[in-house]
Design a protein around this ligand. Structure first.
Ligand SMILES: [Zn+2]
Length: 417
């Protein structure tokens, strides 16, 4: 029970993509949005705690549909050798940073185990709502975790990070998917293509090299559907994406090497596309010095291709969600994704992709994604107008001044302004 909280004088972006309201009142009661009122002459202000937002924007809590707060270092090996206490504290810091940036829901694309969700839900740490992938599915000779350091099972693991399930053939894929679900996965993550940031030295593991067969992917999809969920697939090349579409994958991640034909197919199948533009930019700019030559070579295959893929998908009418995919120490830069999106989409469409569309993608559009009566009170206040200045999301630690999750204020620096 949080009592009635009234936000007034709000510049309101409700997440539906329509024109913002210049002067709105939003009433929150016991974790949900009770009323959204356009202020006019004679409007009665309900009773309760009033928060005045003059000059600020009120909008839905952001959703990042592709994150790795548990990938503490740039490589799986470095993360795996962290002492458990260090790993837990650094992952916790990432989750706290995410909520302070205004992300009230994260879809973890593998790395976190269910302990983090429990710690947040029990109020032990501050953090967003977590939808977990737990153990991602990959194949013999595939990524990540194979190659230079041997199979995933033999990698150094002083840490408690989550490792991939290596599976070949429909039976093993089914078993691996069930194991991941048994460990608390909300959705199944598969690697349908090679990877940039992995330890594999095999040429067959480069981005653009398709992996699982349609039958193997279908086994994962069926297993997920039997559990009431779906598959999200790491895929770069047209063939990898097409394999995923043929098997019924709901969420295509990255997609940098997409072509026009594949974009049309995605649109026709109704699949969601989660381009992850920030991670490649961060790797190329902030992390370049620390990457080895082979990783840089792989990065080059997909770097700068993401914008074109987004354009193709946008033109084909694909449902476009939003993910940042940052690994390692630069997770606080995730708001940069909006700026890249807006090179192709309008600023409002970029915001909708990280709110309403992401809520649909994760199957929570009845509770999240827009500010409407009856929905959960996940909302944020930003200092300024994001439609004119999307960079404020990259400066979210200072410029996202209030964060509410299910009616509870988890960040409030309004008074500092
Ligand atoms: Zn990822």
């Amino acid at each position: 029970m949080t009592g009635t909280i009234i936000f007034r004088n709000a510049f309101l972006i409700d997440g539906n993509g329509g024109d913002p309201s210049a002067d709105a009142i939003v009433v929150v009661l016991d974790g949900t949005i009770k009323e959204v009122i356009s202020y006019g002459k004679g409007t009665k202000i309900p009773k309760g705690r009033v928060i005045d937002l003059k000059g600020k924007t009120l909008m839905p809590g952001l959703i990042d549909a592709h994150v790795h707060p548990g990938n503490i270092e740039l490589t799986t090996k470095e993360t795996a050798t962290l002492p458990p206490a260090v790993y837990v504290h650094r992952a916790t810091k990432n989750l706290e940073t995410d909520i302070d940036l205004g992300f009230t829901t994260l879809r973890d694309a593998a790395g976190l185990d269910l302990g983090f969700r429990a710690a947040i839900d029990q109020g032990l740490i501050r953090g967003p709502r977590l939808l977990l992938s737990v153990s991602p599915l990959t194949q013999t000779g595939g990524d990540p975790g194979n190659g230079r350091f041997g199979r995933a099972e033999t990698m150094p693991r002083n840490s408690i990070g989550v490792f991939p399930e290596i599976c070949d053939g429909q039976d093993e894929v089914r078993k691996a998917a069930r194991k991941s679900l048994g460990r608390g996965a909300d959705q199944i993550k598969i690697f349908a293509d090679g990877e940039v940031a992995s330890q594999s030295e095999s040429d067959k593991a480069k981005p653009g090299q398709w992996k699982f067969t349609v039958e193997e992917i279908r086994a994962a999809v069926e297993t997920a559907e039997a559990a009431g969920t779906y598959v999200m697939a790491h895929a770069y090349s047209p063939r990898a994406i097409q394999n995923c579409l043929a098997a019924g994958v709901r969420s295509i991640e990255h997609g940098n090497l997409m072509d026009a034909e594949t974009a049309e197919m995605m649109s026709k199948e109704g699949a969601y596309y989660v381009p992850t533009l920030t991670t490649y930019d961060v790797l190329a700019k902030e992390a370049r010095e620390t990457l080895d030559a082979y990783t840089l070579e792989k990065l080059e295959i997909v770097l700068h291709k993401g914008q074109h893929a987004l354009e193709l998908a946008y033109r084909a009418g694909v449902k476009i969600g939003s993910g940042s995919d940052i690994i390692g120490p630069f997770q606080y830069l995730k708001g940069r994704e909006f700026i890249f999106k807006a090179e192709v989409m309008t600023p409002m469409e970029a915001i909708v992709s990280a709110t309403r569309t992401n809520a649909e993608l994760i199957g929570m559009s009845d509770r999240l994604g827009t500010l409407e009566p009856g929905k959960l009170a996940d909302l944020i206040v930003v200092d300024g107008n994001p439609l004119e200045d999307l960079a404020l999301f990259e400066q979210g630690l200072e410029r996202v001044v209030l964060v509410m999750r299910e009616g509870r204020i988890v960040k409030d620096i309004i008074k500092a302004f």
